[in-house]
Design a protein around this ligand. Structure first.
Ligand code: ADP
Ligand code: MG
Length: 235
C-alpha cells in the first residue's frame, strides 16, 4: 500500500545543506495503523508530506499502491492524492466562510460527486456531528472542528488516511475522543492510517509505532498487546 525505499530529504538552509530525513525504509500494509513518534524536528511532518506527495524526496522512492509518486505529472499526482489519500492537520485548516457541511463537500466538488449534499451529511454523522452541519468553524469547539476536518478527509472514501499531530491543538479529553474516532474509522473502514504525534500513549494504540530520531528510523515496535497475543499463540 505504502512503500518507502531508501528515502532521504535534504534542504538548503542558507549556505548549509540540512539533512531532514536519511535512509528511510518502510512498508505500511493495507489496513495497517502505523504511528510515528519522535521529538519536534525529528522529521515526522516531512515524512508524512512525502507519503502524501505534497513534497518530493531528495533521494529514494515513495510508492503508493505500487505507483511511484515522483513519476507522476502534476495532474495525475493531484488525482491520486484526491482519490486515495485523506489528510488531517494539527490546525484543522477548515475554510472559515463555509459551514461544516460545505467544508466536507469541498473535496467532492473537485471530483464532481453527484450526491455531495447527502454524502456530507452521512460523513458528519459518522464523526458524531449530525446536528452541527450548518455551523461555521468559528461556532465549533476545537474538537468539533477536528471532527469536521476528519469528515472532509474521508470525503472521497480514500483507502489511506494521514494525520499530522491531529490532537496537538486539543486538550487531553478532546484529544482522546479524536483518537477514539480515528481508531473507530480504522476498524470500520479498514483504512490504512499513518499518524504522527508526540503523544506516546496515543501512538501506542496503533498496530506499530515508528520512532524517528534526527531524521532516521530508530526502531519500529509492534503494539504491546499484539506482542503478547503472538507470544500466547506461539507465533
Ligand atoms: P517534526 O514534524 O518531527 O517536528 P519536521 O518534519 O517538521 O519535524 O522538520 C524536521 C526538521 O527539518 C526541522 O528541523 C525543521 O526545521 C526542518 N525543515 C523542515 N522543512 C524545512 C525546509 N523547507 N527548509 C529548511 N528546514 C526545514
Ligand atoms: Mg510536525
Amino acid at each position: 500500500m505504502i512503500r518507502i525505499d531508501r528515502v532521504g530529504k535534504v534542504v538548503q538552509s542558507g549556505s548549509e545543506k540540512l539533512t531532514i530525513l536519511r535512509d528511510i525504509d518502510l512498508e505500511v500494509q493495507k489496513g495497517e495503523f502505523l504511528s510515528i513518534i519522535g521529538p519536534s524536528g525529528s522529521g515526522k511532518s516531512t515524512l508524512l508530506g512525502l507519503i502524501a506527495g505534497l513534497d518530493a524526496p531528495s533521494s529514494g522512492r515513495v510508492y503508493v499502491d505500487d505507483i511511484e509518486l515522483a513519476s507522476l505529472g502534476e495532474d495525475e499526482l493531484a488525482r491520486i492524492r484526491g482519490e486515495r489519500i485523506g489528510f488531517v492537520f494539527q490546525f484543522f485548516h477548515l475554510l472559515p466562510s463555509l459551514t461544516a457541511a460545505e467544508n466536507v463537500m469541498v473535496p467532492m466538488e473537485i471530483f464532481g460527486v453527484a450526491d455531495a449534499d447527502e454524502k456530507s451529511r452521512a460523513l458528519l454523522a459518522e464523526v458524531g456531528l449530525t446536528d452541527r452541519s450548518h455551523h461555521y468553524p468559528s461556532q465549533l469547539s476545537g474538537g468539533e472542528q477536528q471532527r469536521v476536518a476528519i469528515a472532509r478527509a474521508l470525503a472521497n472514501d480514500p483507502p489511506i488516511l494521514l494525520a499530522d499531530e491531529p490532537t496537538g491543538n486539543l486538550d487531553q479529553n478532546n484529544g482522546k475522543h479524536i483518537v477514539d474516532l480515528i481508531l473507530a474509522i480504522h476498524e470500520r473502514r479498514g483504512s490504512t492510517i499513518v499518524l504522527a504525534t508526540h503523544d506516546e500513549a496515543l501512538a501506542r494504540r496503533a498496530d506499530r509505532t515508528l520512532i524517528l530520531d534526527g531524521g532516521a528510523i530508530e526502531r519500529i515496535e509492534p503494539r504491546r498487546d499484539a506482542e503478547l497475543r503472538s507470544v500466547a499463540s506461539g507465533n
